[in-house]
Every structure is written in C-alpha cells, then in structure tokens.
Design a protein. Structure first.
Lengths: 278, 130
C-alpha cells in the first residue's frame, strides 16, 4: 500500500466514524482507536495519539455552536476542568506504566459503558432541586433556554461530581478519548444538571481535558503527523456533516446499530488484549 | 451588581469564545490540509508502517522543533504545526476566560482558570520523557 491509498482509507474510515459519532452522540473518537488498532493494525500508542487529536477538533467545533445557544454552564465547566485536567495528566502518566493489553481491556470496558449509556439516553426526569451550599458559593446555578422562557436550575453534589470528573480525566488521558459518557454521568446524575446542559457542558470540557494529555503525548512522540492528518480531517468533516443531518434524522434505529458495532469492537478489544495480540 | 448584569456579560463572553474556537479549528484544519497535501505527494511509496511504535523524531515532538520543521515547508512539520494550533485552541479559550473573569472581578474563577491554565502550560511546555 502506498501513502496515498493508506491516507485515503484511514480518512474515509475516520469520516464515517465522525459522522456516526455525531449522529448518535457517542463522539467519533471512541471508535477511532479500535478502528486503527484492530482493522489497520496500528500500534496502540499511535492510535491513541491520533484519536486524541481528533477529539479536540470535534469538541472545539461543536462547542463553538453550543456556547452560543446558551446551554453550557461555563462556571461548572471551568471548575470541573480542574479535576479533568489533573486526571488527564495522571492518565497520560499512567499510560507509560501499563501494558498495552491492560489498556485494551480498560478501553473495551469503557466502550461497553458508552454504548449502554447512549441507549439509556432520554430516560431522565427533571426535578426541581433545592440550592446547595457549595454550588451557591461557587455561583454555579444557571439558566438555559426552555420552551417559552429561560429556565433556572440549581446545581448539587459538587464534591461527588468533582471526583467523577477526575476519573473521566484519567480515562481520557489513558485512552485518548473524550470520556463524554462519564462526564455526562457526573453532571446529570451526581450534580443534577438539566440533561441538555450536561451534554453541552461536557462537550465544552472535552477539548480542555484532551489538550492536557495531548501536550504529554506530543512530547513523547505518540502523535504521528502522517496518521493524525487523515484521522483529524476525516473525523472533523464527518462530525460537522453528522451535526447537520442530526436535525432531520430519526436516530433511534441508528443509535442501536452503532451501539451494537461499538459492543462488538469492545469485545474484540478485550479479547485482543487478553490474548496479547495488541 | 445584579443578577442580570452578570448574565449579560456571560453571554457576550460565550459569543467571543465561540468565535475563538471556530477560528482555531478552521486555521488548524487548513494548515493540516496543506501539510497533508505536501506529505502525500512527496512521500509516496511505501506507506509508513505503524504496526510497531518507534516514537517521533525529536523535531516533531517539541514546539521549537515543530516550528523549525514547518518553516522549512516539510509536510510532516506543517501537519504537526496545525495539530499544535489545534491543541492550543482550548488553551486559548481558558486564557480568554481568565481575562473575562478578571474583568468581572470574579476572583474565585480567576483563581480556577489560572489553575487550569497552569496545568495546561505544564503539559504543553514541560518535557515529558518516554
């Protein structure tokens, strides 16, 4: 295979991953690593480096639209970024000491959780929350555009949310993913933020979390330009296209299909890890 | 200072931040695209083997090395410069928030953003072996 063919193949795979990732809300980065490692037999370090870069691109591209709509809570995001960046630095450090097979198994488990979480999406109820002392002191309570007027909400569970965000950061730094599913879990379940606020704030945070480990990856030589180029451009274009189609598409069936694909990739990652083929 | 004042300046901050993010991503994608074009046309056969990890050469790992490579119009150097712009985009966003909170005299969040910024700068400028 020559460079043009290799670049085109990786680019097209990444385009599809970005497109489906945006449509289903799972993000493109999460399938890039298994795609590169299992299908193209790319070393896990290079795969993780390239995926991480594409995560920054999609997060920043999407966040540009979301912050304008007024859903994301910047104070909540900024405060929790302390936890995710420390976690990301720890995760990128941990990657040095863990064997590739261990990383592959953890990756598979996180994939399964992400697929499960995306299928459960939509099953959340919004209850009026009483104000919380820490959240009030940090001035986190906010508003978001409801159907008729601005709806205000109170934030709760800051310490638990902070701890969960640290875990999300570690996973992001270790696996080169955005950890969107864990971030949403922390904000939706622990901090009781409205669901739309959780997802957009999570997206807003992903870029900063990923940038924290990207610096370390770059200086360790994990980010290869020849590989990262088609991955980053492909995922970015695919996710932009996916976001456009999203408004008109019925994604329910697609979400099941994509979750199924992720489930298969997850089992394949775990199997490859356990048998030492990665 | 009422609730409404805080909210209005927050909204303006959101808009500038959105523009900042969009510019960073577009600029980065453009540089990566140009570098990619140079790389693919100059570097035909055979495709690089990624099955085993070798690590990047020193010049593609450090900020000064990447600038040096990009200025000599190496395709790989230009791609790496574009990726550096991409990594810098969220960092610039945090830096912008720092100044916005400073302007609002919101000292708690001035401290919060400064801390996050410090961690990002450590990651980007520190030397991490391996």
């Amino acid at each position: 295979m020559n460079t043009v063919e290799f670049t085109a193949l990786i680019g097209m795979g990444s385009l599809l991953a970005g497109f489906l990732g945006a449509l289903t809300g799972l993000g493109g980065g999460v399938v890039i690593v298994p795609l590169l490692a299992l299908v193209f037999h790319v070393d896990l370090k290079y795969a993780i480096g390239a995926a991480l870069v594409s995560v920054i691109a999609t997060s920043s591209g999407a966040a540009a639209a979301y912050v304008k709509e007024g859903y994301s809570n910047i104070r909540v995001g900024m405060f929790l970024e302390i936890a995710t960046t420390i976690g990301a630095l720890a995760g990128a450090g941990l990657a040095l000491y863990l064997h590739a097979s261990v990383i592959a198994v953890i990756f598979g488990l996180v994939l399964i959780y992400s697929a499960y979480a995306s299928l459960r999406e939509g099953q959340h109820e919004m209850k009026e929350q009483p104000p919380d002392r820490i959240a009030t002191w940090l001035r986190m309570d906010g508003t978001f555009p409801g159907e008729h007027r601005l709806e205000s909400y109170h934030v709760r569970g800051v310490p638990l949310g902070f701890a969960m965000m640290f875990v999300a950061g570690v996973l992001s730094g270790l696996l080169g993913i955005g950890s969107g599913a864990v971030k949403v879990l922390a904000m939706d379940k622990a901090m009781k933020l409205p669901f739309k606020v959780s997802t957009t704030t999570s997206n807003f945070m992903i870029g900063v979390t990923a940038a924290a480990s990207a610096g370390i990856y770059l200086s360790r030589g994990y980010i290869d330009p020849g590989l990262a180029m088609p991955v980053m451009l492909g995922v970015l274009l695919g996710s932009l296209a996916g976001a456009r189609v999203l408004a008109r598409a019925n994604v329910k069936v697609l979400r099941y299909v994509f979750s199924g694909v992720i489930g298969v990739l997850a089992i394949e990652m775990i199997y490859s890890g356990l048998t030492g083929r990665l | 200072m009422g609730e409404a004042t805080v909210h209005r300046s927050d909204q303006k901050m959101d808009e500038i931040m959105g523009a900042l993010l969009r510019t960073g991503v577009l600029l980065s994608a453009a540089i990566v695209f140009v570098g990619g074009g140079l790389y693919v046309t100059r570097h035909r056969v055979p495709a690089t083997d990624y099955r085993a990890f070798h690590g990047e050469p020193g010049d593609l790992r450090t900020i000064s090395g990447i600038f040096h490579e990009a200025l000599s119009f190496s395709g790989r150097g230009l791609i790496q410069l574009g990726l550096l712009v991409l990594i810098a985009t969220p960092v610039a966003r945090v830096a912008f928030s720092f100044f916005a909170f400073l302007y609002e005299r919101d000292w708690t969040y001035v401290f919060v953003t400064l801390l996050v910024l410090g961690l990002l700068v450590y990651s980007l400028f520190g030397r991490h072996g391996g």
